[in-house]
Design a protein around this ligand. Sequence first.
Ligand code: HEM
Length: 413
Amino acid sequence: MTAIADAIVSAGTYADPAAMDALFAQLRRDDPVHRVEHPEYRPFWAVTKFADIQEVERQADIFLNAPRTFLRTLAYEERARAATGGNPALLRSLVFMDAPDHARYRKLTQAWFMPGRIRVLEEEFRALANEVIDEMADRGGSCDFATEVAPYYPVRVIMRILGVPRSDEALILQLTQEIFGSDDPDVQASRTTAASLADTVKVFSDYFRDLTADRRRHPADDLATLFARAEIDGRPMADHESISYYILVATAGHDTTSSSTAGGLLALIQHPDELRRLRADPSLLPTAIDEMVRWVSPVRHFFRTATRDYDLRGRSVKAGDSLMMCYPSANRDEEIFDDPFAFRAGRPMNGHIAFGYGPHLCLGMHMARMEMRIFYEELLRRVADVGLAGDPAWLASTNVGGLKRLPIHFRMA
Ligand code: HEM
């Protein structure tokens, strides 16, 4: 095992943006397709260049999402196999699927997430954004934006589209954080209802099974109703699969958007000229939002597994080898981005890869952009002044990361 291998798999690396940037810059320069061997993990290749991630993800017939989708220890894979009777993944959702199932299951919700469809939700989202900003205002001039503000807006948006009642907000928030933040000691310490990931998944499953049963009796305009009626090849979706779909949507759209929103605010505080520019010209918001998502790159990786031998940038990837797509690295790739370590609200043609690429490209991408744009339209209109009130801190997570603490002081307009 090398120090580089250890750094790539250590959650702590992702809690230290300077260390993460330095590690990936070194890899992009010296060994962009890097073989990682570590005693606690099956070996894999870390892919750190933008073009290489595109090359892999574009060829979904050669590079599969199953059976290895995320970085997991050998011990974890063993436990998951025991819990599921042989399958190393606990869930069976889009991110664990390949052709032909992936397209079939993706088609069920694809139309729901298209810009034309979600546009009708714009005013509802704006009301939710203002509600969260009202709660921020009630805090009287200072708060921890990362824990007290940013998570509540996306969780309410997701609950609205899923059809989960507001009274269950605390439960949904806690469960998604446990699924994604489970490497971080702070999050582990806060566990109250679930002792392990498998337990968390069970609590989620019971909850959504009841919700689906309810929507069979009382249909509404939400994804729960869509899942309750969904058919695959003329048969209702299996329980395990609809539960997995719920958990995917509930989790994928939550910490990612919350982290991008909080990380975006920190970027604006640290780049006051960009904040002034944005206030002076709100038409820059759509590009600023994409710059925030590039800047934060909350999804730290996904894996793919090769079905055949493949030459990637001169490295001999063998059939059965797996590859880690390092999105935060690709989003600082000097060959793609002009001055990649600069935060520019008006960065033109910002074709970042934080939403992934190819057939698994983030399904909620348009929604995330609309959600964040609306939030920032309201925040910049209503908050006249904002600054740091303490040191920010990042989540120790190899999976979905971002700020876990952002103390700010602010003045409402
Ligand atoms: C800034 C916010 C977000 C980021 C950075 C993000 C990022 C990603 C990434 C990197 C992937 C994997 C893509 C790949 O394998 O190439 C993904 C997949 C996915 N995302 Fe997002 N996401 C965000 C918000 C959302 C939202 C709001 C939703 C839904 C409400 C959502 C739902 C999904 C789903 C369902 C998939 C699986 C797609 C598939 O495998 O076919 N995401 N996302």
